[in-house]
Design a binder for this molecule. Structure first.
Ligand SMILES: C[S@@+](CC[C@H](N)C(=O)[O-])C[C@H]1O[C@@H](n2cnc3c(N)ncnc32)[C@H](O)[C@@H]1O
Length: 269
């Protein structure tokens, strides 16, 4: 049995610690405050799929540290609202928006993505959800909420980093999900639920390679900063997370779990 090593609260509590900055820089190269398998190259390639213009208002579901939302606002000129269920994440994100003078255009609030979203129907021109769908067990209900808050003919971009595409043992699944709540679905399930929620699948792309690359780098960067990380995380968490990152690297590089990016559209009215 693999023990749980809570990831998110501790990560966001220590997000601005110099050792966290150093690990992110060594892992991602361009550090935009991501806490996922997302790189800037990848975001620059995927974001245009939403066809955003500066007047648009984007919802980011599971916005984490807020760094990616600030990046989107800067890159597109859009207003961005981010929601996350983690209080430390929302606090770090709001501080980052204030620090960069973006608080007017980029806002963050605490909300559970698996409940009714705290927004009126048809409030948003685009929606982003990077590497977080796997933490939402009620996936059909989540898609239905996205359909409700999106304006007609507008799009959502999301990644599912744990689509089952090969044989995986129970121990491997336990290591891969040791950081919190996970929902694993086989290929084809996202596609079916998207249609069932009244959304249209516009395109999908296999983006597994980034997860394999980033997981390996993240583990190595953490190993290089072991002493400082053990000080802020404690030994048990440090070792648990190293096991987690190695599980991600092996399962993605062997394509037994795949990371897929999807673009879905709400039909025109
Ligand atoms: C892997 S991180 C990705 C964060 C961000 N999208 C990024 O790319 O850096 C997953 C995020 O999902 C958030 N999360 C997990 N369950 C959630 C829920 N039910 N509602 C909202 N956010 C949730 C976590 O707090 C965490 O910030």
């Amino acid at each position: 049995m693999t023990d749980r090593v809570e990831l998110f609260s501790s990560t966001y509590r220590h997000f601005t610690d110099p050792v966290s900055d150093a690990v992110r820089k060594e892992t991602f190269g361009a550090d935009i405050g991501q806490n996922s398998w997302l790189t800037v190259d990848e975001y620059e390639r995927l974001l245009p799929w939403l066809d955003l213009s500066p007047d648009d208002h984007v919802l980011e579901v599971a916005s984490g540290s807020g760094g990616p939302a600030l990046y989107v606002a800067h890159a597109t000129g859009c207003r961005v609202t981010g929601i996350d269920a983690n209080e430390s994440a929302v606090a770090v994100a709001s501080q980052a928006a204030a620090r960069t003078g973006a608080s007017e255009r980029v806002r963050f609030r605490l909300a559970d993505a698996t409940s009714r979203l705290p927004f009126d129907d048809e409030s948003f021109d685009g929606l982003l959800c990077m590497d977080a769908m796997n933490h939402f067990p009620q996936r059909l209900a989540v898609f239905r909420e996205w359909r409700r808050v999106l304006r007609p003919a507008r799009r959502a971009l999301f990644t599912d980093p744990v689509v089952i595409t090969g044989p995986v043992t129970n121990d491997e699944l336990a290591r891969r999900s040791s950081i919190g709540l996970f929902l694993f679905v086989p290929s084809g399930v996202n596609e079916r639920l998207i249609e069932e929620a009244g959304l249209r699948l516009v395109r999908q792309e296999d983006v597994t390679e980034n997860a394999a690359l980033i997981a390996g780098r993240w583990r190595r960067a953490r190993q290089a900063h072991e002493k400082d990380l053990r000080r802020i995380e404690g030994g048990e968490r440090f070792e648990g997370l190293q096991v987690f990152f190695e599980a991600v690297r092996v399962l993605t590089s062997e394509r037994r779990l795949s990371r897929i990016a999807y673009v879905v559209e709400k039909p025109a009215a």
